[in-house]
Write a protein that binds this ligand. Structure first.
Ligand code: GAR
Length: 206
C-alpha cells in the first residue's frame, strides 16, 4: 500500500453482517484506527443494515435494479464510496463478483473474506465444497480483490478443522468464528501500513 494510510472504510454487505459487527467492535474497542464511513448493502433486508444503524454508521441500500449491466452498477457503487471519502473497501459477506470498474477504481484497496483456504474451494458454497471433497481442514482467507473470483493476493489465512459429521451450517459457524478474528487482524495490518503487495505476494512487516 502506498501513500497515506487508509482510515475510512466502506463495508459492503449482503446479509447477516457478523463480520461487520466484529469490525465495528474492534474499532470501538480502539484496536483498529479507522472509521466506517459507510455500509453499502445490495439487499434491502440485510440484517447488517440494522447493525450499522445501531452504531450510528451511515448505510446505503444499493440494489442491482435498473442498471443496464453489472459494470454500471459498480460505477454507481464507486460513486457512493467516493462520496463518503472511502479509501479502503471491505467485502464482508458481499455476494457479488466485482467487475473491473470497482477493482481499477481501488487498486489493492479492496479486501475480501472467503470461507475456505484459497486457492481451494473458490466461489459459492465453499464450506459445502470442502465437506464434499473430504478435506480434514478448511478455514478462511482474507485477500485483496483482483478481477478474478477469489484469486487476489492473500493477506491472512486461518485453519479450521472439518469434523466428520459437519453440515454446511455447522462448518460455516466454526469458520465464522475464525473469520471475525482474521478479518479484523488483516484490516488492522492494512490500516497500520504493515502490508506491501509484490506481484501476487503480500509481505507483512513487524
Ligand atoms: C461469511 O462467512 C463470508 O465468509 C461469506 O459470507 C459470510 C457472510 O457472513 N462470504 C462469501 O462467501 C464470499 N464469497 P456475515 O454476513 O455474517 O459476515
Amino acid at each position: 500500500m502506498s501513500g497515506n494510510l487508509p482510515s475510512r472504510l466502506g463495508v459492503l454487505v449482503s446479509g447477516n453482517g457478523t463480520n461487520l459487527q466484529a469490525i465495528i467492535d474492534r474499532i470501538e474497542a480502539g484496536d483498529i484506527s479507522a472509521e466506517i464511513a459507510c455500509v453499502v448493502s445490495d439487499k434491502s433486508d440485510a440484517f447488517a443494515l440494522t447493525r450499522a444503524a445501531r452504531h450510528g454508521i451511515p448505510a446505503v441500500v444499493h440494489e442491482n435494479i435498473g442498471f443496464p449491466e453489472r459494470r454500471a452498477y459498480d460505477a454507481a457503487t464507486v460513486e457512493i464510496l467516493r462520496s463518503h471519502k472511502v479509501d479502503l473497501i471491505i467485502l464482508a459477506g458481499f455476494m457479488k463478483i466485482l467487475t473491473d470498474v470497482m477493482v481499477s477504481a481501488f487498486p489493492n484497496a479492496i479486501m475480501n473474506i472467503h470461507p475456505a483456504l484459497l486457492p481451494s474451494f473458490r466461489g459459492l458454497h465453499a464450506q459445502q465444497q470442502a465437506i464434499d471433497y473430504g478435506v480434514r481442514y478448511s478455514g478462511c482467507t482474507v485477500h485483496f480483490v483482483d478481477c478474478g473470483t477469489d484469486t487476489g493476493p492473500i493477506i491472512l489465512q486461518s485453519v479450521v478443522p472439518v469434523e466428520q459429521d459437519d453440515t454446511e451450517a455447522t462448518l460455516s459457524a466454526r469458520i465464522q468464528m475464525a473469520e471475525h478474528q482474521t478479518f479484523a487482524a488483516a484490516i488492522k495490518l492494512v490500516v497500520e501500513g504493515k502490508i506491501r503487495v509484490i506481484g501476487r505476494k503480500v509481505r507483512i512487516s513487524a
